[in-house]
Structures are given as structure tokens and as C-alpha cells.
Ligand binder design. Structure first.
Ligand code: MN
Length: 743
């Protein structure tokens, strides 16, 4: 007994020392000089957090305080944030997890800190919510973002640390948190220009959502490292002597792609690792005086292109016109001596720091080097004010809003000019109509076409970099439903939706009056109950839709026998009907999958990704169709898991699967050199040697190469791998990858 007590005391002592050690390491990581005042503030935040979390532990069993200390350290050393953010990071979980209130924080640390912590508290990582609440949660986060961008920066530090320590969470939460990270946080980090944070978030997320692929690519990258380094060295060699002669102080390095971006490329283009792995960038970082930055970069550019031939279509000057997340760099793609294209990025140390760590790193410069850097803050400010515009639109519902916002996050940009020569930044894919809304809502509403470099084009015309666009308007024009098909900017989409909603409401008001009159004529009481009956009769979703349909003549008034409709029993299809039907047609006989902890729960295999035994899977509780099983790398998985996390349920294949006749559908894509008899050779290997049945096979030839998709019935992933292996043995030059059959 006594012994045990001592060991507990020992452990407490060891932990106390460890906590202090971590706190000191945080202090050391702060890059700017601290005043005594600031030191005190950070210390008192630490003390408060220590007290508030004193009895709490993380899922891993570690003292909870490790988490806020780690978050603060990320804020300080990896994003370069200042004292206020460090204080907020230390106490970011205090209000949520302890007796302390936001008022306590205000008294202790003042208004600014209280406001940021309040914003952080509002954004909760709650998983058991409805979908619209989840979207509402995102919306809240973005709302606080426009108050003070530090809320979102600290939130990203918080998320990064949670991702780094995700191992100890349950499988369900790993999937959910990872998907949410891919869906929202990584794009957000990207948009804020936090390249390092974004890349790490993405890589960590697929470590959990696509375990196997992650492991495999990681191993292969390691295996190829020596060859890659040799290649880069050889490429750099001739550049060095010229750069040295020019008198520039510089550093050159090669950067391999992240695991996430390699995987994305493999999946998107259906190509093998070997075709992606050696795509890397060579970066030249120049130590330059502020007033020499641009000239020095172009000097380096001219040296590079003297030695290697550049591809003129792939030179980008983001120094003269920085991206709106603040990114500045000069890019060119040149041909190396072995005929491979290599991207070369040229930038100064300052630009490099902004590119990797984001704007916060740049704020530091703003104080030091007046004028040079601060002139370029427009980017983030402009972005924040655009977000604010969308937010200020009160009628947008949360889910739509999220879509619009996502649009703003993911697109690359083009630059387009007004007739007067003003520059507008638009996402890639933006149309003349987007441009019109960018100028003014009224110009957008009345837009009938555009003059592009003096040529007439329709409103749906997709703009290119450097276009000069004049918008043509007409007083008779008004926004139409189909406009939504050719808009890509969040602002324009929100405006058009708004207009459509308004005009629908006006039409519905008229329709309601018509219906009410008709009710009176047929001597039926105009109440909710009876309106519901009419609604069900015509199978429309809401009273608004009903009124609108009547006003627009979509429901003809001759058919409108209210008396008949209201007094007849109308059979409506209930949810349980459709559930029963679903189960009887689509149910698998034996339970190959354990859903949650339940061996007997019914499920169906989803058709979008066709899981087969051996695949990493999860269950998704649908409305009316029971549990559906998806692969964790299903194209729909990220959005399902991040938006409807509370409906995700753990699922795994039974280990001891009794081999029976049950087969599963899987798709493979094969690319290769076209040859006579290729189809019969493939079908031979597949059906004769392996006894596998094919559901379908399509092969398309195209100037010497072919691309084929085959749907097969297999036992499991091992069976499929074996089959792919034997095709490759016979045809070593082919590329074979698994594909989703419906995409
Ligand atoms: Mn936290």
C-alpha cells in the first residue's frame, strides 16, 4: 500500500517536471523579443491553463496541459504568431472544459484575448450533431474569422496538434476528424497561405483515411530518395557556377512532393507512382535586400533559362502580382538534359518564409521593413472582406454557404482586366458572368454578354488569364436559374440564389392567394392540415413550392378539385415501406461485415465504390436505406464523414470469412501499348487462369495505346492483387490501377 502511494507521488513529480520542461521549450521557441509585461502575461495564461486542466487527461493518458502548450508552441514557432495568440492558444480550451468563464478571461487578459478565446470556444469539435448543425458550426467559425483572423490561426494550430496525436482516438473519430481536416481545415490553411501546415494536415489525414496507400507511398519515396538526390545534384551543378559569378547569395534545394499530392495525382489521373514520384521542384532562395528583390529574382531566372530551355507557357510571375493568399514567387519549368521537365521556383528568403509559414511570418517583416512588404497586405485583407460580404448575406442557409465558401478556398486564380485597365482576381473557370458580378451586383443582374478583346462572347464564356473584358447589360435582363450552372465565384452564386429566392417568394405569395380563393370556392377550410393534403397529392415538398407551382401554372387549375383531394384518403409512401423493399432486394445473405459492435446488423455495399473484403471500410447510416458500407478512400467519403460525422459507424470485415460462392465487384483500369489480340490475352489470364468472371470489359484504342476498364467478380483484395500481378507478369509495361466503376 505504502509503496504504491510513493509511486503515484513519483509519477506526479515526474509529470510536473515534464510540464515545466515543455513550457520552457515553448518560451524558447518564441522568435521575437518579449517585454517583461508580455512574459508575465504568458506565464499567467500558463498558470490559468494548468489550474483549469489539472485533473484532466488526454485520450493517450497524458496530462491535458501538454495539449495547450503544444498548440501555443506551434503558434509561436511554426506560424510565427505573437504574444496575444500564444496566450490564447494556452487557454483555448479553458472555458469549454472548466469552471472558468469568458468573463474571468476578460478580467484577467482584457477584451482582445477574451474575444479570440470566445471565438475559439464557439467552434467546437462536437461530433454528435446533425448535419446542419455541423455546417452551422463551420459558419460560426468563419464568422469569427472575419472578426479576428487569429481565431482561425490558433484553431489551425489546435487542429494540427490534434492530428499529430490522432493515434489514440477511436477509429470512428480518426476517420471523422481526418475527413473534416481534408474538407475544411487544409483548404483554409492553403487559402491563408500556410503551406507547411496545409501539407502536414493533408498527409496526416490520409495516413488515417487511406492507410495502405499512405504507407506504400512513404516507403517508395524513401527507397527513391538517393536517386532523387543524385538527379537534383546533377541538375543544380551547372547552375551553381553561373549563380556564384553573378554575386547573388543564394541557396538551392530540391523539394519532393507531399504524399498527399502524389496520391491525389495518382488517383485523379489514374497513373502509377513511378510516373509521379520524380516530379519535384527545384527552389532557388536568394538572400536579397528589400529594394533588390525583384531584380535579383529575374537575374536568377535569366541564368536558369540560359542553361536550360524554358517552357514559355509555364512561366509564372507572382512577384509582380502576388496571389491573394500573399504568395510571391517566380516559377518556370525547364527541360533538363535527360528531357524531363523540372519546375524551378525562384524567390527571396522573405518570400520563402511567407510561402511556407504564411502571413503571420510576414507581419513580422511589416514592422521591420516599412513599405516594402506592407504594400502587399491587400491580398489577405481583400480576401477577408470578400468572405465578409458572403457572410453578411443573412438569408443564405448554412449548407449553401459552406459550398460557396469551399468554392472560394479551392480555386487557383486568373487575372482579368476591366476596360479601364483595373485588375480583378478570379478563380480559374470563372465566366464573363462571374466577372460582371465582381464589378457590381447590378451589373451582374443585368448582364447579357461581354466583349472580350473586342469580340462578342456569351455570359457563360470562361475567361482566361489576361483577358480584357467589357460587360454588356440590358435593363430587361434578370437573373435566371440556369445562371448557377456557369458561375463559380461564391459571391455571384450567393447573389443569384438570393434573387431567385426572393422572386420565388413573390410568386408564391400570388400563388397562395389563388389557392386560398380556390379553397373558398370549393368550400374547404384553408388551414395547414388541408394544405398538407394538397401538397402530398401533388408530391411537392413545401407549401412554398406548392404556391409557386400554382402561380407558375405548373399545377393546372382545372385539376385543382380541392374538395376531392381533401376528402379522399391518399396513400403516401412511408419510410418503412421503402426500407423493407430495399432490404429484400439488396441484402447480402451472410454477414461478411461487422457493423459497429453488432454482428447481425443489416447493411448494403455502396455502389459508388464497391468495397471488397480486405478494403478499409466504414458504415454510413442512411435515411431509409439502412447502413451502407463505403471504402474509406471512396470519392464520397470525405464529404460524408465531415458533414455527417454523427452518422458514421465503424465497420470491419469478418476475419474468419467462410469461403463461399459470394463474389464482390471490383473495377480495374489498364493502360498499355495497343497490340493485336490484347483483349483475348487479358480475358485469357482473367477467366481461364484465375477463374474470375468478368461483368464487363471496355477497351478503347487511341493512336498506339489503349485504355480499358474491366469489372470483375473477386473474393477479396488479395484475390484482386494476385490477378493484377499475373497480368503484369505477362504484360510488364501495362499500368493497372483499381477504379471506381461509377466514376
Ligand atoms: Mn484544443
Amino acid at each position: 500500500m505504502a509503496e504504491k502511494e510513493i509511486s503515484i507521488l513519483d509519477r506526479e513529480e515526474i509529470e510536473r517536471k515534464e510540464i515545466l520542461k515543455r513550457y520552457k521549450s515553448l518560451l524558447r521557441s518564441i522568435r521575437h523579443e518579449l517585454t517583461n509585461e508580455q512574459k508575465k502575461e504568458i506565464r499567467s495564461a500558463f498558470d490559468l491553463a494548468l489550474d483549469a486542466h489539472k485533473d484532466m487527461r488526454r485520450k493517450s493518458g497524458e496530462p491535458y496541459i501538454y495539449h495547450p502548450i503544444a498548440v501555443a508552441k506551434i503558434a509561436a514557432s511554426e506560424i510565427g504568431l505573437g504574444t496575444t495568440s500564444i496566450v490564447c492558444a494556452l487557454i483555448h480550451d479553458v472555458v469549454e472544459d472548466s469552471e472558468y468563464t469568458n468573463e474571468d478571461i476578460r478580467r484577467k487578459f482584457g477584451d482582445k484575448v477574451a474575444k479570440i478565446v470566445g471565438g475559439l470556444t464557439k467552434i467546437q469539435d462536437v461530433f454528435d450533431h446533425t448535419d446542419s448543425m455541423q455546417a452551422e458550426n463551420f459558419r460560426k467559425m468563419l464568422l469569427t474569422l472575419s472578426d479576428d483572423v487569429r481565431v482561425i490561426l490558433v484553431k489551425l494550430c489546435d487542429r494540427l496538434h490534434n492530428m499529430r496525436t490522432l493515434e489514440s482516438m477511436s477509429r470512428k473519430n480518426q476517420l471523422k476528424i481526418s475527413s473534416e481536416t481534408l474538407f475544411l481545415y487544409a483548404p483554409l490553411a492553403h487559402r491563408l497561405g500556410l503551406y507547411n501546415v496545409k501539407t502536414e494536415l493533408e498527409d496526416l489525414a490520409i495516413k488515417y483515411t487511406q492507410k495502405e496507400a499512405y504507407k506504400e507511398i512513404g516507403l517508395k519515396l524513401n527507397a527513391k530518395k538517393a536517386a532523387r538526390d543524385r538527379y537534383i545534384k546533377k541538375f543544380i551543378e551547372p547552375l551553381k557556377s553561373s549563380l556564384d559569378e553573378s554575386g547573388l547569395t543564394y541557396e538551392i534545394k530540391g523539394r519532393p512532393k507531399s504524399i498527399y499530392s502524389i496520391l491525389k495525382k495518382m488517383n485523379n489521373q489514374g497513373i502509377a507512382f513511378e510516373q509521379v514520384y520524380d516530379l519535384f521542384a527545384v527552389r532557388i532562395i536568394i538572400d536579397s535586400k528589400p529594394e533588390r528583390e525583384k531584380a535579383d529574382c529575374w537575374t536568377a531566372y535569366s541564368i536558369v533559362t540560359d542553361i536550360y530551355k524554358p517552357n514559355p507557357q509555364r512561366t509564372r510571375d507572382w512577384i509582380t502580382t502576388p496571389k491573394s493568399n500573399g504568395y510571391e514567387s517566380l516559377h518556370t519549368t525547364v527541360m533538363a538534359s535527360d528531357g524531363k521537365w523540372v519546375e524551378v521556383q525562384i524567390r527571396t528568403k522573405r518570400m520563402d518564409e511567407i510561402a511556407e509559414k504564411g502571413y503571420a511570418a510576414h507581419w513580422k517583416y511589416k514592422n521591420n521593413q516599412d513599405g516594402v512588404a506592407s504594400a502587399k497586405t491587400d491580398g489577405v485583407d481583400g480576401w477577408l472582406s470578400r468572405i465578409k460580404e458572403v457572410l453578411d448575406n443573412p438569408s443564405t442557409n448554412a449548407l449553401e454557404f459552406l459550398d460557396d465558401f469551399k468554392l472560394q478556398l479551392i480555386h487557383d486564380e486568373i487575372y482579368v482586366f476591366t476596360p479601364g485597365g483595373d485588375l480583378k482576381k478570379l478563380p480559374v473557370g470563372a465566366t464573363a458572368l462571374d466577372f460582371a458580378f465582381e464589378i457590381h451586383t447590378e451589373v451582374g443582374n443585368k448582364c447579357i454578354g461581354a466583349k472580350l478583346n473586342n469580340k462578342l462572347v456569351p455570359i457563360s464564356h470562361v475567361l482566361s488569364n489576361g483577358d480584357q473584358v467589357e460587360i454588356l447589360t440590358s435593363e430587361k435582363q434578370y437573373p435566371k436559374e440556369e445562371w448557377l450552372n456557369y458561375l463559380v465565384t461564391g459571391k455571384a452564386i450567393a447573389r443569384v440564389r438570393n434573387y431567385l429566392r426572393e422572386s420565388k417568394r413573390e410568386a408564391a405569395d400570388l400563388g397562395k392567394a389563388i389557392l386560398k380563393k380556390k379553397f373558398g370556392k370549393d368550400k374547404v377550410v384553408f388551414n395547414d392540415d388541408n394544405i398538407q393534403k394538397v401538397l402530398r397529392y401533388f408530391k411537392v415538398n413545401s407549401p412554398l413550392d406548392l404556391f409557386y407551382s400554382i402561380q407558375k401554372g405548373l399545377i393546372s387549375q382545372d385539376k385543382l378539385d380541392i374538395h376531392f383531394i381533401v376528402n379522399n384518403k391518399i396513400k403516401t409512401i412511408t419510410k418503412s415501406d421503402s426500407l423493407v423493399k430495399q432490404n429484400s432486394t439488396n441484402k447480402t445473405n451472410k454477414k461478411e461485415i461487422i457493423v459497429g459492435e453488432d454482428k447481425d446488423l443489416d447493411y448494403t455495399l455502396s455502389k459508388c465504390c464497391n468495397p471488397i473484403p480486405g478494403d478499409d471500410i466504414f458504415g454510413f447510416i442512411t435515411i431509409g436505406e439502412g447502413v451502407k458500407i463505403h471504402r474509406t478512400n471512396c470519392p464520397n467519403a470525405v464529404s460524408l464523414m465531415s458533414n455527417y460525422g454523427y452518422r458514421v459507424i465503424k465497420a470491419q470485415w469478418q476475419d474468419s470469412l467462410v469461403k463461399d460462392d459470394k463474389k464482390f465487384i471490383a473495377g480495374i483500369k489498364i493502360i498499355g501499348i495497343d497490340d493485336v489480340g490484347i483483349v483475348s490475352s487479358l480475358t485469357d489470364i482473367i477467366s481461364k487462369n484465375h477463374g474470375v468472371n468478368m461483368k464487363s470489359i471496355t477497351i478503347e484504342s487511341n493512336s498506339g495505346t489503349f485504355e480499358g476498364t474491366i469489372a470483375l467478380f473477386v473474393d477479396d483484395t488479395k484475390h484482386l492483387d494476385l490477378l493484377i500481378k499475373s497480368i503484369l507478369e505477362k504484360h510488364p509495361t501495362m499500368q493497372i490501377s483499381r477504379v471506381d466503376l461509377n466514376s
